[in-house]
Design a protein around this ligand. Sequence first.
Ligand code: LLP
Length: 457
Amino acid sequence: MEEKNSFLKEKIDLKSPNKNIVPITTSIGSDGILSVGGCSIEELVKKYDSPLYILDEITLRKSCKAYKEALEKHYPGKSLPIYASKANSSIFMSNLISSEGFGLDAVSEGELLTALQGGVPNEKIVFHGNNKSDKEIEFAVINNIKVIVDNDYDLERLEKLSNSFNRDLEIMIRFTPGIECHTHEYIRTGSFDSKFGFGIEYLSTLFARISNTKHLKLKGLHAHIGSQIFELDPHNDLGEIMVDVILEAKKFGHVINKLNVGGGLGIKYTENDDPPSIEDWVKTISNSVVKSCKKHNIDLPLLMCEPGRSIVSTAGITIYKIGAFKKIPGVRTYLSVDGGMSDNPRPITYQSNYSACLVSNPFNKDSKNKYTIAGKHCESGDVLFKEIELADCKTGDLICVFGTGAYNNSMSSNYNRIPRPAALLVCNGEAEIIQKRESPSDLLKYDVLPDRFIKQN
Ligand code: LLP
């Protein structure tokens, strides 16, 4: 019997989960069935139904520890890793990363509230965004959450707030360092043509402008150059550029003691991907900052970084149940599952590729069929896999898609009024709900029929 799906046989990298396709605790029982976190996936679906998001606690914690340990090794005593909560925001995730000593990056009132509810200390939260509302800015300032100033509009409002409270306000600014890296156009943010941050050419004017405010104290710089990046050179360059900007700010009397270098480290979605390890990424950026600071004889700033995907993606899987088949002779066979673009919009948005297997035949024994895995949404482009080799399978069988922990749940929608899946945490044979399954009636909660229409009927 021929066995495929060699990715399930690859040696697991225990130090850097982003280099694996599957969660660290993935195993195949004597019955040939896939399990994660010591839980049989078939049993989980029997109890919790499908589609199902599952997060593996051990993989999550390993990823956090990899960042913490690498920072301690390459930038001892002066770092703060911050989880980019847009990757997967929940009270649970906020709580977990906080228990690992991480701070959190939020970009909306919703993400801020989630972080606070999850127990992230206010002083470890940073607030980003290119169009913060007045309410959001005020909320952040009142709650001692650090605001990353993205544009003049932010600056004006922070100046007014600090004057009205008559107290000093520490700020960080975001700038675009003009670094190009090879990633999808939509997730590239560090180049000149970006909606985020101040252009690097504008910084002198900005520094002069901040010096003229009464209460704004510029203490930090932020830049984020993009996401799912496999190269290390852009982050090496970023470290140097940021130290140069510290020197420029100094000319205007600003003493920058915090550098936030953003996130961006890629993960392995398929066998073709080979991202650097978490340690190599941290080492590159740390060495670059240390070297530049030494060269210019300045004190090392607090080093902050904001990983999202590389913390949570590999820890996550999604389980779907197979429904309908449609064979178009000589063209392809569609296999439809009970989820799709509403729980994972990445394939239709970025043409992203994933790895998957059948839960009851993970090694794909005797695989001979190529399928197109379609979602259930009323849209032709709702396709999760264009062509995937799978063993014989039938309606009711389960499919596991790997690497879905980041930017799936957080980017999910209710398109076609399809409820969001439940999310589970698995660890040592136990499974716990971290997000309840939505029901179709939950989705009606915010609909309102104006009185006049009720009377008419
Ligand atoms: N910091 C900032 C300011 C960011 O904008 C981002 C991601 C991160 C940190 C975290 O980057 P990561 O470590 O996750 O690469 N929806 C896209 C990804 C968008 C990333 C947005 N910003 C996707 O599904 O690929």
